[in-house]
Design a protein around this ligand. Structure first.
Ligand code: ADP
Ligand code: MG
Length: 707
């Protein structure tokens, strides 16, 4: 920093996330104190902060109700206000001696003695001490860094830095946004008669400018990464439509229009010589798996391998079984790889992958451990991608094909896109690392504003229709007091030849407790339903046991499956038509939506019973209301965003993602739309300004987007 800041102070600033002088500029006040005017004691309103001025007419240390310094301040109209200090220094006592003229700022309240202020901020008053000309900012700070010190450095930064505008004049005019320089200065030193509410609610034009700039930086950065990807190289996997048509012919159903549309988008991407990074979104049950299978076949048709990764063993295994059924008739035998395989089997699987003997590997994240090498990996498919962390997404890219060579660094991605190579494309260039294409799938719908902010570097395909023949799921909220009735429902459904899930209460604090709860629930339900065949699935089962249980449930040998949330993702048993979620009030909205999506997959009318325990917290009540009233995953996600904010929604696993500090995706969606349009325009027409803007805002950001 060019500002002279002692190391001790700097380390405090670092705690606040302040590393550069520009960070100081963006360290905006939480609120303001008004020291620009004097309020008469008679006009004070309890609870409303104000400044009074007067003379100390009495000052004494009292011991009851506890040791404190109590002064009486009298203003010009003769009214008296008590000032009370529980901790005080002798110097303060001197400052507040009888006869001194004082200005005190604080929140008045009805006190022990009468109207009082506890720990007001006091300063010496007098003719020679003018009132402040601007509201006094109150900054977020940390222990050992008092407001005045922080304030001093912030103002030094404001004065020393050239805060020239990165937004071209024409765009600023069109958007009706004020100058950047004026906006930050206004927020740090607002003039006395400003609309304070607009400041606090971040609705003032100055706030709009800051929020817009933040969103613009984010959009620019995403677009730049997006372009940078088109400088990288991936195998060209053309659509030969041999294997893919074979699968389509064999399927017992026809693709929905939505599936056809997304499949076209993916097929087209795969045929380009640049890595695809496409997010395939589709609500629970919309039929993403078959699209993934088609994509894998297009890679295989071109002599490349595909890898299909799922976050849990149950889900990965289910994919394996399904894809094996689909692909074996086409002469393709997938290989299964998971962490829980015996060492010998794991080695054998890894060898088949390394030798190119298998064209498709399906499994858990074990697929992407260092020990697994692909002969010729062309496509990576990640199911339920939000369950994986940024790190795991990163590991995928390292599995390219000619990994001993280094690709040339892109010169300047802000420059316009290069034209694609014509002589067979970069595929044939020697010494260039090829990256696999990536298809990421998610049933956790991401609200539009969130997708635009955090997934803008990806292409997105959406399956927005469910396969025909599904009957809507009826959702019921049932208080735990009426548990007996739910038992009867379960019994009835199973005796009618259908199947049911019973999801055990979620115990966040301890895995051991979670397991114990599952075992107990299973034992209890076994007693209640002696006539039913009941299975148990939880995270601690060995994968063989898990697979066996799931297979038995799928085959209808088990009628009731007691399970922890391990069945949350992907499990597909169309004959199951009743889902009971025990202690539904403990679960998040995305989880409830996923669990509910396990039923309603066949022709039978399905029901989801949300058992809840009273009393409900306000948040739990809001969640249950949302899940009860909505079936559309996107709507649920949008409401979830409003309820919890983006940080929570993206989840801790995505914590590599820098959160917005100023803009609010729940409220600033119009601003976000504008930022996106302007980002494209700036990259095209004002590349220098775009670069300057990115440098200003993104200097500190981690390079997470390169995953
Ligand atoms: P998800 O998108 O949740 O992963 P799946 O791929 O598991 O959904 O599909 C759910 C069920 O719907 C599966 O049983 C699948 O075979 C079936 N399915 C997929 N596409 C269609 C379709 N076009 N018509 C009928 N059934 C379909
Ligand atoms: Mg799925």
């Amino acid at each position: 920093m060019p500002l002279k800041i002692p190391p001790a102070t700097q380390s405090k600033l670092t705690k606040l996330g302040i590393r550069t002088p520009f960070d100081l500029v963006l360290h905006l006040p939480l609120r303001y104190e008004d020291e620009t005017k004097i309020t008469r004691i008679a006009d004070l309103v309890p609870g409303e902060s104000a400044q009074v001025e007067g003379e100390i007419i009495h000052s004494e240390v009292m011991y009851r109700p506890r040791r404190s310094l109590v002064c009486q301040l009298q203003d010009v109209s003769g009214d008296i206000l008590y000032l009370r200090f529980l901790n005080f220094y002798p110097s303060q006592q001197k400052q507040l001696a009888v006869g001194k003229k004082i200005r005190a700022l604080g929140e008045p309240r009805m006190g022990f003695f009468g109207d009082e202020m506890v720990h007001p901020k006091c300063r010496v008053a007098g003719e020679s001490v003018p009132l402040k000309q601007a509201l006094t900012p109150v900054y977020p700070t940390t222990a050992g860094l008092p407001q005045p010190t922080l304030s001093k450095y912030i103002h030094a930064a404001l004065n020393e830095l050239a805060l020239d505008d990165t937004l071209p004049e024409a765009l600023k005019k069109r958007l009706h946004l004020p100058d950047f320089d004026a906006s930050v200065k206004l927020l740090h030193q607002p003039p006395p008669n400003i609309d304070e509410n607009a400041l606090l609610e971040r609705a003032h034009p100055a706030w709009m400018r800051i929020k817009f700039d933040e969103l613009l930086a984010q959009q620019l950065s995403m677009r730049v990464h997006y372009r940078e990807r088109s400088l990288r190289v991936a195998p060209k996997l053309s659509a030969h439509n041999q294997l893919t048509d074979g699968l389509l012919k064999d399927l017992p159903f026809a693709l929905t229009n939505a599936q056809k549309k997304v499949w076209q988008e993916i097929s087209h991407d795969l045929a380009r010589p640049h890595p695809m990074q496409r997010l395939l979104q589709g609500d629970v049950g919309s039929g993403k798996t078959v699209v993934a299978a088609l994509a894998a076949l297009q890679a295989i048709e071109n002599g490349y391998q595909a890898a299909f990764m799922a976050p849990t063993e149950i889900l990965a295994e289910q994919h394996f079984l399904k894809l094996r059924d689909w692909l074996e008739p086409l002469g393709i035998t997938p290989v299964w790889l998971s962490g829980s395989l015996k060492k010998k089997d794991k080695t054998a699987a890894a060898e088949r992958i390394a030798s190119g003997d298998t064209q498709l590997a399906i499994g858990t994240h074990a697929l992407f451990q260092n020990s697994v090498e692909f002969k010729k990996l062309g496509l990576v498919i990640v199911d339920e991608q939000h369950k994986f962390g940024v790190q795991q997404r990163l590991a995928l890219r390292g599995k390219g094909t000619t990994s001993n060579s280094v690709r040339p660094a892109p010169s300047n991605p802000v420059r316009p896109e290069p034209v694609e190579g014509t002589n067979g494309g970069p595929n044939e260039r020697s010494g260039v690392t090829q990256e696999p294409h990536q298809l990421m799938m998610s049933a956790t719908p991401i609200p539009r504003t969130l997708a635009m902010s955090y997934y803008a570097d990806l292409d997105v395909s959406v399956i927005d229709e469910l396969p025909p023949g599904r009957t809507p799921i009826v959702t019921k909220l049932v208080s735990d007091a009426r548990r007996e009735e739910v038992f009867e429902r379960v019994r009835a459904a199973c005796l009618e030849g259908r199947q049911a899930y019973w999801v055990c209460p979620l115990i966040d604090e301890s895995e051991a407790l979670q397991l114990q709860t599952a075992l107990e629930t299973h034992a209890t339900l076994t007693q209640i339903f002696p006539e039913l065949r009941i299975g148990l699935a939880h995270g601690k089962l060995s994968s063989a046991e898990k697979a066996e249980t799931m297979a038995a449930f799928k085959a209808g040998e088990l009628q009731l499956l007691v399970a922890t949330t391990v069945i949350e993702v992907g499990v597909d048993v169309p004959n199951a038509s009743l889902m009971v979620i025990d202690h539904a009030e403990r679960m998040g909205l995305a989880q409830l939506h996923q669990l509910r999506g396990r039923v309603g997959r066949g022709a039978a009318e399905s029901m989801c019973v949300l058992l809840f325990q009273q009393p409900l917290s306000e948040l739990a009540r809001a969640r249950l209301k949302i899940i009860y009233e909505n079936t559309d995953g996107f709507e649920i996600a949008q409401q979830d965003l409003r309820l919890r904010g983006p940080g929570e929604l993206l989840g801790a696993r995505q914590s590599g993602v820098p959160m917005l500090r100023f803009a609010d995706l729940g409220e600033d969606d119009k601003l976000l739309d504008k930022a996106r349009d302007i980002a494209d325009e700036m990259l095209r027409d004002f590349p220098q300004e775009a670069q300057a803007h990115l440098q200003r805002w993104m200097a500190n950001e981690p390079d997470y987007l390169r995953t």
